[in-house]
Ligand binder design. Structure first.
Ligand SMILES: [Zn+2]
Length: 125
């Protein structure tokens, strides 16, 4: 171990390896920005909470005919289109496929796609 991989503990100030999840001296949990755990994709990106594929999928399956899952993922433009066309049942069919797609994606994949949404008419697939 060299000094470049050591950081002072937030709790007691003793040198601590940057990969240490908590301090063995005082027990303080180290929450360093460069410390990426297996759940990194679940954490917020730029202060935006990651979207849940389960929430989006369930919304698509139950309320997809009126585009609720579109509003949830930020694509409110599509949400309005779904509402306008809901009487045709086409949005409900599309939402059924979308819901299954969301649920088959892995959560980190889904969160990344949701984070990359760009504008009210971007399509999460
Ligand atoms: Zn400590």
């Amino acid at each position: 171990m060299n000094n470049t991989s050591m950081n002072p503990c937030f709790g007691c100030g003793k040198p601590l390896h940057i990969s240490a999840p908590s301090c063995p001296h005082c027990g303080a949990v180290q929450n360093l920005p460069n410390q990426l755990g297996p759940n990194a994709a679940m954490r917020s990106v730029n202060g935006v909470e990651p979207k849940s594929k389960v929430t989006a999928g369930v919304l698509a399956l139950l309320l997809g005919g009126i585009g609720i899952h579109k509003f949830y993922t930020g694509a409110w433009g599509w949400g309005i289109v779904y509402i306008v066309l809901c009487w045709t049942y086409i949005p409900a069919l599309v939402a059924l496929v979308e819901g299954i797609r969301y649920l088959t994606l892995k959560q980190p994949e889904f969160a990344q796609k949701a984070a990359r949404m760009d504008g009210p008419f971007s399509f999460l697939w």
